[in-house]
Ligand binder design. Structure first.
Ligand SMILES: Cc1ncc(COP(=O)(O)O)c(C=O)c1O
Length: 412
């Protein structure tokens, strides 16, 4: 057989799920952003300026030298037992009274938590209610298991409960199986919005009425900018029997460690454990050992207050720059924590169509439409303040304001 002459139709080889996979809108932008003159308000990654690199280097080298026999070995699928125990104790102090190691699982990033949770809960065609807008990685994980994603309106207080109820009723009437609510309650990616306290209770009520599971994705929880914003009750603490709670060390230590955790009702945690065994046997023993040491030595607790100050200053700078530069008829969120502002341009503007002009002017953002599962949000942009310096944020927003004003003049 002439191997070179054989043409393989890869579409035919791919699974149904793979044929439906779409490239992540943010990753697609990455090659455009490599030019150094571009101020990029697009990437949502934490700033490397605040990775505690010296401390982590010291812990890593000590662990490899002194505890190589476990840190470089395979280990239990649930995760490093010391870290699971440390997390259980840490969570009990923070409102998760009923958490025990049987509810806990360490995952390879919270992205894996989302992937595993959706895999054990959802069949093709099951309805999941997601916020408008929502996190791209969550949307991808849900797509991967064939879920039907239904968008629910958000306002400044997060999910609009009447709309949530209406969407559930609509899909029930269509004969669809409504299974889950996916929410990012604190300083949401991409909107920066925080779910109001009373709505947390209302969402749990709705979940109880309709027998739904809530997936609570909470990686920004500790990056809050005021004490009020830091004290909101997790949905999981309101009703642990209905919630899979997912959190991560990515934003408070470093995402390269890929160490995160989830808390789930015991029967669900047990299924996720089996699904995880099939995915990667366990998360990296070395990374988990490093994080365990970072927790136990107090590094995490010492480090996080500085992160809050660091990101709050950038939030303030971005809010001020938006105030000064954005055209009339636009608005934006003022996040109480996290990394992101959602900017809403006057209706006529299409943020995706405007991106080449913005890049030409030396500033980049993520067009918001990719975050809205109902195809709305074309006039929105996600502006991340986590990465660039305050000076560059100011200049980036100045450039963006000029591009927007020029484009609006053009529209007139
Ligand atoms: C809302 C949300 N969930 C999950 C993740 C994934 O984080 P990781 O897998 O690094 O824990 C991110 C990362 O940006 C996020 O914004």
């Amino acid at each position: 057989v002439d191997i070179d002459a054989v043409k393989i139709d890869y579409e035919d080889v791919l699974s149904e799920v793979a044929r439906g996979l779409k490239p992540n809108a943010i990753r697609k932008l990455t090659p455009l952003l490599a030019r150094p003159e571009i101020i990029s308000l697009a990437p949502g990654a934490p700033s490397p300026d605040v990775f505690p690199k010296e401390e982590l280097a010291e812990i890593a080298s000590r662990l490899i030298r002194e505890r190589w026999f476990s840190a470089l070995q395979y280990g239990p699928t649930r995760g490093n037992a010391g870290l699971v125990q440390a997390l259980a104790e840490h969570l009990q102090l923070r409102g998760f009274d009923k958490v025990s190691p049987a509810n806990l699982l360490i995952t390879t990033g919270s992205q894996q938590g989302l992937d595993l949770a959706t895999r054990v809960l959802l069949d093709r065609g099951d309805v999941v209610l997601v916020e408008l807008p929502s996190y791209i990685g969550g949307i991808v994980a849900l797509h991967n298991c064939g879920a039907r994603l239904v968008g629910v309106q958000q306002d400044d207080g997060g999910i609009v409960i009447d709309d949530l109820r209406e969407k559930i009723d609509q899909h029930r009437q269509l004969g669809h199986r409504v299974k889950c609510i996916y929410t990012i309650p604190n300083f949401q990616n991409p909107s920066g919005v925080t779910l109001a306290s009373d709505r947390r209770h209302q969402i749990i009520e709705v979940a109880r009425e309709h027998n739904l599971i809530v997936i609570e994705d909470d990686p920004y929880r500790d990056i809050y900018f005021s004490d009020d914003a830091g004290s909101l009750t997790p949905l999981s603490a309101i009703d642990p029997s209905r919630v899979i709670y997912i959190n991560s060390f990515s934003k408070i230590l470093a995402p390269g460690l890929r160490v995160a955790w989830l808390v789930a009702p015991e029967p669900i945690a047990a299924k996720i454990e089996i699904a995880k065994e099939g995915a990667d046997l366990s998360s990296s023993q070395l990374d988990m050992a490093i994080v365990n040491e970072a927790m136990r030595s107090g590094l995490v607790n010492r480090h996080v207050p500085g992160l809050r100050r660091f990101y709050r200053e950038k939030r303030d700078v971005m809010s001020g720059a938006l105030e000064q530069n954005m055209p009339a008829g636009s608005d934006w969120t003022t996040p109480a924590g996290g990394f992101f502002v959602l900017y809403r341009a006057p209706e006529a503007l299409d943020a995706a169509a405007l991106l080449p002009a913005a890049i030409e002017a030396g500033v980049a953002y993520v067009p918001g439409d990719a975050f809205f599962v109902d195809g709305s949000g074309k006039n929105t942009m996600r502006l991340a303040f986590c990465r660039e310096t305050p000076e560059k944020i100011i200049e980036g927003i100045r450039r963006l304001g000029a591009v927007l004003r020029r484009s609006l003049e053009f529209e007139d």
